[in-house]
Design a protein around this ligand. Structure first.
Ligand SMILES: [Zn+2]
Length: 101
């Protein structure tokens, strides 16, 4: 009877399954190939996640930069609210940037 004390350690089983030279039966070869496939996929997915996180970080920095620019945007030179409203309460700069008047 096999109990936990007699069981082959997990690391040894992994080494045997992942070894390309260790003899294996059909099921063990399948497990070997499946582990390799999943590890390759994990590498690809991890790389994609790292790239996505880096893009998100750049987008957050750009959003903060644009928000600061909005808060400091002056009135457009043609704005009629120039003297009665602060520029950040006015969207003239936005309409001017979009080519609208
Ligand atoms: Zn304005």
């Amino acid at each position: 009877m096999t109990d936990a004390k007699q069981a082959t350690p997990a690391a040894a089983l992994e080494q045997q399954i992942c070894s390309a030279v260790e003899p294996k039966n059909e099921r063990e070869w399948w497990a070997h190939r499946e582990i390799e496939r999943l590890r390759d996929r994990l590498s690809v997915e991890t790389l994609a996640l790292v790239e996505t996180l880096a893009r998100a970080e750049r987008a957050e920095a750009e959003a903060a930069r644009l928000q600061a620019a909005i808060e400091q945007a002056p009135h457009d030179k043609h704005c009629v609210y120039f003297e009665i409203s602060p520029a950040n309460d006015c969207d003239c700069w936005k309409r001017a940037a979009l080519g609208e008047r």
